[in-house]
Design a protein around this ligand. Structure first.
Ligand SMILES: *Cc1c(COP(=O)(O)O)cnc(C)c1O
Length: 400
């Protein structure tokens, strides 16, 4: 079958026609346990009644008004986000990359209005992923995403992940900000230790730099806190979010303190769709659920259960799984065997997982999973690992 879609994705031969909670149903009727959530997007699973109601209600009122007029639905969501976080101000986008673009522009503008326009460089970390626009591929610094796309966007200095000496050395008179993910997602579920995050915050304060956190994947309850930086007890100046905040509707945001955002006056930035009433209505419903009584505690509880059960699977399959890592419901299995093979073997068992860098397989289940979903997923993962072992050469099986 030929496709008219630009072939930039290596799609699995699976077609889903509906979803319910943590489950997806394929066109052949087969049911799959969705432990990828469309890459941490379907935070409340599929067909959540509150999200469906919010979208239907708003769809009957008004879909789009542009940013030429007042937008009470976006106002309400911005208020919820600022009430729940360090931030005073919110700019809405349609994606994570756009939220990062806004963050990068804001950091540079902040330094410029402070009379330091030469401070326009941003320090980032190897293994980072910040999106696919020209600025965000330069920020991420991965050659495979930059090759052939013309001159690299200037203004980014990259240091090895976890190398604090290199980080200090990279800070110069032209540095505006430090940008990082509290847990690298695409890079292979690599958490930044809380004490490192605290030292990075301190470095920013000592050098007049802004701290930009990319919580596009880690945010909105994914790690068991509303935002991952809360585990370290620090606050950023600017934060990019997306993925989970829309629960499946395209929505992102750049959150900032009033100080960091002070250069962003009328005319400095904009978006036609950003904060669109349909997206904002769903975002409001997501925030209501995630900040509801006991919701985050429940994530921490089920995440602990998942971690314990995965530790057992790792012990049962040492030739396949090398290491278990992550925070909350953002879990990585670092493998000995190729990660793509485990993703395929799990798929055969009706379990959806996602590959990441560093030969890691990611588990990013909906935040609403039950203990039964965990048991079911672990059983299926166990069988997938056994299948992989059965296909290995005898010498490999004992390798670990
Ligand atoms: C997915 C992701 C992005 C990019 O988001 P898009 O919506 O694809 O533009 C940026 N940063 C992180 C950490 C992500 O996981």
């Amino acid at each position: 079958m030929t496709s008219s879609l630009l072939p930039v994705y290596a799609r699995a031969p699976l077609t889903f026609e509906k979803g319910e909670g943590a489950w997806l149903v394929a066109t052949d009727g087969r049911r799959y346990l969705d432990f990828g959530s469309g890459i941490a997007v379907n935070a409340l699973g599929h067909a959540h009644p509150q999200l469906m109601a919010a979208l239907h209600d708003q769809a009957a009122k008004v879909w789009h008004i542009s940013n030429l007029y007042q937008n009470p639905v976006a106002e309400a969501l911005a208020k919820k986000l600022t009430d729940a976080t360090f931030a005073d101000l919110v700019f809405f986008t349609n994606s994570g990359a756009e939220a990062l673009e806004a963050s990068i522009k804001m950091a540079r503008k902040y330094q410029a209005v402070n009379g330091r326009p030469e401070r326009n460089r941003i320090v980032t970390f190897e293994g980072a992923f910040h999106g696919r626009t020209l600025a965000t591929i330069a920020a991420g610094g991965q050659r495979k995403y930059m090759e052939g796309f013309g001159p690299d966007m200037p203004g980014f200095d990259q240091v090895p992940f976890g190398d604090e000496a290199a980080l200090k050395a990279a800070i110069g008179p032209e540095t505006a900000a430090i940008l990082l993910e509290p847990v690298q997602g695409e890079g292979g579920i690599r958490p930044v230790p809380p004490e490192t995050l605290r030292r990075i915050r301190q470095l920013c304060d000592e050098n007049g730099l802004l701290l930009i956190l990319d919580e596009v994947q880690t945010g909105v309850g994914r790690t068991g806190k509303l935002f991952a930086h809360e585990w370290a007890g620090i606050q950023p100046d600017i934060m990019a979010i997306a993925k989970g905040i829309g629960g499946g509707f395209p929505l992102g945001a750049c959150l900032a303190t009033a100080e960091a955002g002070k250069g962003m006056v009328p005319g400095t930035h904009g978006s036609t769709f950003g904060g669109n009433p349909l997206a904002a209505a769903v975002g409001n419903a997501v925030m209501d659920v995630v900040t509801g009584e006991g919701f985050l505690e429940r994530i921490q509880q089920v995440a602990l259960l998942l971690k314990q059960r995965l530790a057992e699977i790792k012990d049962r399959h040492p030739a396949v799984i090398a290491e278990l890592r992550g925070e909350g419901l953002m879990v990585g299995l670092k493998l000995h065997a190729p990660n793509g093979e485990l993703v395929r073997a799990a798929q055969e068992e009706g379990l959806l997982l996602i590959a990441a860098g560093d030969n890691v397989v990611r588990l990013l289940p909906p935040l609403v999973i039950t203990d039964e979903d965990v048991a079911e997923a672990v059983g299926r993962l166990d069988r997938a690992c056994a299948t992989m072992e059965a296909g290995m050469k005898p010498a490999m099986r004992g390798a670990a």
